[in-house]
Write a protein that binds this ligand. Structure first.
Ligand SMILES: NC(=O)c1ccc[n+]([C@@H]2O[C@H](COP(=O)([O-])OP(=O)(O)OC[C@H]3O[C@@H](n4cnc5c(N)ncnc54)[C@H](O)[C@@H]3O)[C@@H](O)[C@H]2O)c1
Length: 251
């Protein structure tokens, strides 16, 4: 059984869309004929090359500044007429013991990972409710449940995002506006290799359920932003155990 998507006439905004999972999603949306808007503090202009049959707009946005994010989203709506899906992949994870963490660092983590979705939703919810259509996807993490030494700020935001998404899902329910959240499982991106020291990486590779790839996570996001999941809202899709190709062939 194979699935394919038709995203023609769809506008999908992906924060953190310059690298890792977000960039993979932008490529998949464009390949399905849609318009992907990649918004990242470190944009990758090469992302828009050979992206078709749809295309990728590459924008520099710091989601940690609420006003900048709101202005960017309004500009996307002005340019494309609508936003069908918004995916909040942008996140940071500075690792510090709590006694070493400056308040500025704590607040920056809250601003980038959590408060950004509040500012985005302030623009997106009225827009999507008026259109009686639209979907928002955020990212949780396994660390929201387990916690992790030196990752208190990151883990806190990921737990809070679950409650936030479930709440706006209820607000959107009468209007057909959906909001879901995915814990993608350990995935081989900068956000895995950057914060985790070699010992921690080995832990996740051997005992923590393994390390997945961007290509394994992207189809789950395509499902969440497409009509295929039209009856799903307020859900946490958690990919704690990763099925590797070797497992299915028995090798
Ligand atoms: N990789 C994993 O193992 C893993 C596990 C659980 C959850 N996640 C979640 O998946 C999502 C995607 O992460 P990823 O693994 O692709 O990591 P990544 O580091 O490759 O991507 C994150 C992106 O966010 C961007 N970004 C950071 N600060 C920003 C800001 N202020 N404004 C705009 N963009 C900003 C970065 O430039 C980067 O492109 C994140 O929300 C992360 O928390 C990842």
């Amino acid at each position: 059984m194979k699935v394919s998507y038709d995203f023609r006439d769809s506008v999908v905004v992906v924060t953190g869309g310059g690298h890792g999972i977000g960039a993979g999603l932008c490529r998949a949306v464009a390949q399905a004929g849609g318009v992907a808007v990649s918004a990242d503090i470190a944009p990758d202009p090469a992302l828009s090359e050979n992206a078709g049959p749809g295309h990728i707009d590459v924008e520099r946005v710091d989601v940690g500044h609420g006003g900048e994010l709101e202005e960017f989203l309004r500009a996307v709506i002005d340019k494309h007429g609508k936003i069908d899906a918004f995916v909040q992949a942008a996140a940071i994870q500075p690792r510090q013991f709590i006694e070493d963490m400056a308040p500025e660092t704590w607040h920056r983590i809250m601003d980038v990972n959590l408060n950004s979705l509040f500012y985005a939703a302030r623009v997106l919810m009225p827009h999507m409710k008026a259109r009686r259509s639209g979907t928002i996807v955020a990212f949780a993490s396994g660390l929201a449940q387990t916690g992790w030494a030196k990752a208190s700020g990151y883990a806190t935001t990921k737990a809070a995002l679950i409650a936030f998404i479930k709440s706006i899902a209820r607000e959107g329910l009468p209007y057909g506006v959906r909001a879901n959240i995915i814990a993608p499982g350990i995935t081989d991106t900068n956000l895995f290799t950057g914060p985790n020291d070699p010992e921690e990486q080995e832990f996740f590779r051997v005992r923590g359920g393994g390390v997945g790839t961007v290509d394994e996570v992207v189809p789950l996001l395509m499902f969440l932003i497409s009509d295929a999941s039209r009856s799903l809202t307020g859900a946490l899709l958690s990919r704690d155990l990763i099925i590797h190709p070797s497992a299915t062939t028995g090798s």
